[in-house]
Design a binder for this molecule. Sequence first.
Ligand SMILES: Nc1ncnc2c1ncn2[C@@H]1O[C@H](COP(=O)(O)OP(=O)(O)O)[C@@H](O)[C@H]1O
Ligand SMILES: O=C(CO)[C@@H](O)[C@H](O)COP(=O)(O)O
Length: 476
Amino acid sequence: MGAQSAGPLVVGVDSSTQSTKALVVDAATGAVVARGQAPHTVGGGAGKESDPAQWWRALGEALDRCGDAARQASAVSVGGQQHGLVTLDAAGEPVRPALLWNDVRPAPQSERLIAELGGARAWAERVGIVPRPAFTVAKWAWLREHEPAAAAATAAVRLPHDYLTQRLTGESVTDRGDASGTGWWASSTGAYDPEILEHIGLSPEALPRVALPGEAAGTVHAGDLPLPHGALVAAGTGDNMAAALGLGLRPGQPVLSLGTSGTVYAVSTHRPADPTGTVAGFADARGDWLPLACTLNCTLAVDRVAALLGRDREAVEGGGEVVMLPFLDGERTPNLPGASGLVHGLRHDTTAGQLLQAAYDGAVFALLQALDRVLDADAAPDTPLLLIGGGAKGVAWRETVRRLSGRPVVVPRARELVALGAAAQAAGLLLEEDPAAVARRWGTARGAEYEAQPRDGAARDRLAATLTDGGALLRR
Ligand SMILES: Nc1ncnc2c1ncn2[C@@H]1O[C@H](COP(=O)(O)OP(=O)(O)O)[C@@H](O)[C@H]1O
Ligand SMILES: O=C(CO)[C@@H](O)[C@H](O)COP(=O)(O)O
């Protein structure tokens, strides 16, 4: 037990696109006893790639920054960026850098996979997702085509979170939440799909066991981290599933997360199957579902526009009619992997602040368009949106969400919800409790409440029209 803690200590890890964050949390109260963070780099030229060994080093650094508290932890769990293709050779070493969720190079393979296996509706109904370029199955198909020697040298395929869990425990384990974002785990059966695996030439032996919700992955066996040998390790999960745990979400409560990716999601008791592919029918980490839509251009795109304009990210101005679709990296929602950014309605009197506001509007609009599809028909329209992720710290982000959504917004005081969700999973394992109930007991979703404003329908209409009229340019 930690010196100033009421209960045993647990560690929650968020290994996301830009950094690793680690929290040491009092399992009884949810108090954060120590925190540490270490950055990641993303390279890959035309694509988006990171070296998995770098995530392991960043985990060590983030834990080191937690000081002695991490050494007293009784249980650990890792949440990680979803979908990344980690390829390991027979010795367990990475064959090449991991292809990340936001790498749009597998667009042609995505189209082929959809056509070859029955079309988008069949994929949505059987697998829960339509295999867009983001998903691991399309990345594996890209690797086989472009780097057959690397594919042939691959003895094991992992996701970012289960790569780290394996290095912690020596066990090859994933969970249903992260597995549901691969494209080879079928939501209709709750298992790997043998026909899809055969089609893409991937042996089931190359994949990790899928732990049941609440099951442990193993215990800490790695000697090179400041964690106690023998501490319990939970199965971990994808970062969005971890944040859902961290908020203690109940079905129908919508979340909007503003980070490297923008995401909107809610827990649902119904298995989702969206044939348009806008909403991914992921599983959550508990046994329910997590319908989710994700954009590629969120905080980094807006920060880039602010930098181009030479303005602080908060220096926005209203009153303009200029429209921006800030699709700097191609886009996933809507599905426009080859897109670049589009500006419409630029005038002599348009100010830099209005142009920056237009970037926020474009990024938020794409997410709000998907929100109605994410929510069950019976979700109340006035249920507050929980606003999380690095962008939730920004006033301009929050005010844009309020103006364009017309919904009340709650910004939880707790910031690192992915790491807190992983900590709640570790605490749930240790205390034999439902992790979402643990998070509710910790009060993680409580925060500042902002009332609903009238929805800015005119701005939404301008954005929708630009998306439609700019279609040919955006599809290039
Ligand atoms: N005070 C702030 N105001 C607005 N945005 C912020 C603020 N602090 C951080 N951010 C944004 O948060 C982003 C990182 O969010 P985070 O959720 O940590 O990313 P990820 O988990 O995807 O790595 C950065 O790109 C940055 O633009
Ligand atoms: O692809 C998705 C969800 O489907 C992304 O949300 C990734 O999981 C990356 O998350 P961040 O690094 O932005 O947290």
